[in-house]
Design a protein around this ligand. Sequence first.
Ligand code: HEC
Length: 154
Amino acid sequence: MYKKISLMVLVFLVYSVSVPAQTDKASGANHPMMMNHKAIDKRISLNLSPNMKVHQLENMRSHVEAIQAIIGLIAEKKFTKAAELSHVKLGLTEEMKKMCSMFQNEKFRTLGFQFHKSADKLAEVLTSKDTEKSLHALHNTMGYCVQCHATFRQ
Ligand code: HEC
């Protein structure tokens, strides 16, 4: 009986000591996510105008939509349609060339062009109707999404 009570007292003590500590953590005062965003975001800024920002994000959302569609089409073995999407939505079309050329940052432009070229390569691989090869090519193309996002911000 005494053992039980002393255990309960102990549990209460531990609880009352640890709870304030946890609330401190929860307030996030020292958490990176709660700090000034710009202070910790070391990526290179493209210094885009408000218009360009909206335009770029629209374009990006269309990229992620295309990737989702392509993955679905590969799963359904609809390779011809997937290849078409890859070229039209992600490839180095005249429209994409124009868009990429509008950016001042040379490294960004180069990365953009490499990305679009890789999507044309993906389109080519997709026409082989080989799932494994297609996924490898898609993985390669998405490597540019990852690389660019890690390097640049608006
Ligand atoms: C050459 C550079 C580059 C490439 C390649 C690139 N992006 Fe982006 N993307 C950006 C930048 C810059 C932003 C803005 C990020 C910021 O300011 O935090 C962005 C933002 C986004 C966003 C956020 C959209 C929104 O409305 O908030 C999505 C989604 C996105 N990209 C998807 C993709 C996908 C998917 C790919 C590849 C298929 C891709 N991007 C390739 C540069 C790139």
